[in-house]
Design a protein. Structure first.
Length: 426
């Protein structure tokens, strides 16, 4: 092991004995901050999932010199809606010109069975043949005024229950008598509302200051050579655990939906990832630090720290170095504290890449957020077997995402630039 002496050059810069810029490899301690690589771009491309078209319509070689026996498909029956004017013309031919039902129907292009049914209805009740047979139900209790009240209340209280909406209507309209089921149907059918899983956003996310920050960020970077779709790699970390399950489950009516899991509380595993529009770049699992590296007071951070992030960053850049066309790419990440350490930007630039920080409170601008959502849904979808490990399931989930989906993730984030440019909330 060689020893390198570093000096300060009098201008605030660190140089080696020859006056060369500071070698940055020393800041990466992969023995202390261990991140196990579980997926790489090379492996992903080798196991790339085929396009959906090739899965849905596989190319089958046509057998040679074999007769193909084809069955004639039954003609699909078409249903035609006839108007009152059609009935008037039909009976005009039948009564005024004394034509048969079949002849009048043939001349007007009406199905014979329909013509015979009209004649039967006419013979039974001549005065009611042109009456609409559509049944008219009871007049709706709730009107446009009620609709406006409901929509305004939901806009102000998105998480309100049907009971709260009903109570609000009864307070606003004292003479109104309506049930909760009627209000529920009215909200879904007339107000075009549906109950979904809520996304909780910070108040700061769409404050005037943050909207202006995103606007300035887009104005800055759209005038450079940075292009989300062609020369960017997106980094972030996420948390997985073995108890991850779908939030909804099936059960018999009037019974609770219960899903068993290995333990009541599971340890969270920190996963670091890097993606681009061309696919997955790297995915790594944070490992505990060795005991000999513990601090004197015995405290060890349970989350991902800057050391782990730099270790993962080195692995990612090593993978990108294998592809010359990726040299000089922009490394895009959010403003989390572990990303903004001064050594992060130094190391990225030392390796020949460019460092880009997204504006704060802007997850929509980072495509990897959508990737994590898809990967987690794949992990949740299948029950854990005894031989399964969380790392194995995460690897399988990440590698199963199609290349076209990665491009879709990036395209969605890139389209959000228009909202930022126009100072719209996200």
């Amino acid at each position: 092991m060689s020893t390198i002496f570093l000096y300060e050059d009098g201008h605030g810069n660190v140089v080696d004995e020859n006056g060369s810029p500071e070698p940055m490899d020393y800041i990466v301690d992969q023995n202390e901050f261990i991140v196990e690589t579980i997926a790489t771009h090379t492996e992903y491309l080798g196991n790339a999932v085929p396009n959906e078209s090739s899965l849905t319509y596989p190319m089958l070689e046509k057998p040679k010199n074999e007769d193909v026996h084809m069955k004639e498909a039954k003609p699909k029956r078409e249903y035609v809606r006839y108007t009152v004017q059609d009935k008037v013309r039909f009976f005009d031919l039948k009564i005024e010109k004394c034509m048969t039902a079949a002849a009048a129907a043939k001349q007007l292009g009406i199905h014979p069975r329909t013509a015979y049914r009209w004649v039967s209805q006419y013979n039974a009740c001549p005065d009611g043949i042109f009456d609409s047979c559509k049944k008219v139900g009871r007049k709706c209790i709730l009107t446009k005024e009620h609709k406006t009240t409901v929509i305004n209340f939901i806009d102000a209280n998105p998480s309100a229950t049907v009971i709260e909406v009903t109570e609000h209507l009864l307070k606003q309209f004292h003479d109104l008598k309506v049930s909760r089921s009627t209000v529920n149907n009215f909200m879904r059918r007339e107000c075009n509302l549906s109950l979904k899983k809520a996304e909780f956003h910070s108040i700061e996310r769409n404050s005037p200051a943050k909207i202006e920050e995103r606007h300035n960020w887009v104005c800055k970077w759209e005038n450079t050579d940075m292009n989300f779709l062609t020369n960017c790699v997106f980094l972030d970390e996420s948390a997985f655990d073995i108890n991850m399950k779908r939030s909804r489950a099936w059960s018999n009516k009037d019974t609770r939906a219960i899903v068993t899991r290995p333990t009541t509380r599971a340890n969270t595993t920190s996963i670091l990832g890097a993606i681009s529009a061309s696919g997955l770049i790297t995915v790594g699992v944070k490992k505990p630090r060795p005991a000999k590296k513990r601090k004197a007071d015995g405290y060890i951070s349970s989350g991902t720290v800057t050391g782990h992030y730099i270790s993962f960053l080195k692995t990612t850049l090593d993978e990108m170095d294998k592809r010359p066309h990726m040299k000089g790419y922009h490394i895009v990440m959010d403003n989390a504290p572990i990303h903004t350490h001064e050594n992060i930007k130094k190391y990225i630039e030392y390796r020949g890449y460019k460092c880009v920080y997204l504006p704060t409170y802007s997850p929509e601008l980072n495509p990897i957020e959508q990737f994590w959502a898809v990967a987690k849904s794949k992990v949740k979808r299948h029950r854990f077997l005894q031989k399964d490990t969380l790392s194995k399931r995460i690897t399988e989930a990440c590698n199963s995402v199609k290349q076209s989906h990665f491009k879709g993730f990036v395209s969605h984030s890139y389209q959000c630039w228009d909202k930022c440019r126009n100072r719209q909330p996200m």
